[in-house]
Design a protein around this ligand. Sequence first.
Ligand SMILES: [Fe+2]
Length: 274
Amino acid sequence: MVQQQQGFFRWLELDWQQLSSSGDVLSRLWNDDLQGVMVHGVYQPEQLSALSRGLESHQPEFLKTWFPDVFRSWFYGRNLNLTGPDLGDYFDEAEQFYRHLQQWSPEFVDRIEQCLSALSGGLSVSAPPGPNAAQRYMFTTLRGHDPQGYIPAHCDNEFFLRPSYSHLAQLCEPHILSYVLSFAAGDAGGATEIFDFKQSLESARLISDDRYGDKPDIAQLESIKIRIPAGSMLIFDSGQYLHRLTPLEGQSRRWTACSFMAKAKQSNEIYCWG
Ligand SMILES: [Fe+2]
């Protein structure tokens, strides 16, 4: 396990085999003692090629939804931030999405829950229940980014301001972390860039909303760019720290799974959703 500091960014790198001795790393992220954690070897190369083939060929036939067109990116699954306020068919879609995840990689959800649980010092990690006890939110989304694809700078804590979070916001603390697990990193570019700019929970607002004119000038900010290797997972305080996906270069796609995490309000566990 290696701790390193690059400017403002203090982060740990560890291998899958070191997870059980990692301690409560997620609390260190929530407390801003660490700014990032990279876990290597979540998937091995031979597993990655089969998983990436399934993603490229859209097998199984996951629900496909889109970022705004200019981002040249899409989801398998439905991103809660881009969902209507009443959640409509969301929970029916979620059950179908779980079935497809199971077909694609039978141990995927267990594996990620196990990883995040170890990084929390042993807490339970699961998708939050929906308004009806039998319902559950989508545990993750899978994300495809075409060449030139990108995501502009934003802070994830603003998500709780969105109408689609009205139920989930009652269950979770408002400070969000997230993980990005890479299945294919693309040829070049496609880095997760994290800026030395923190937005407090109190001042959370929709930086990604173009109606706001006073956005931070990212050209003036110190940052770290991390290209997440295939098979590795980056976890960071995406809630408070401004971040973006830099444009993909070359000819091949970037494929990831990405989820948000927050502490449950009523129990000592962590909720994880896409
Ligand atoms: Fe984000």
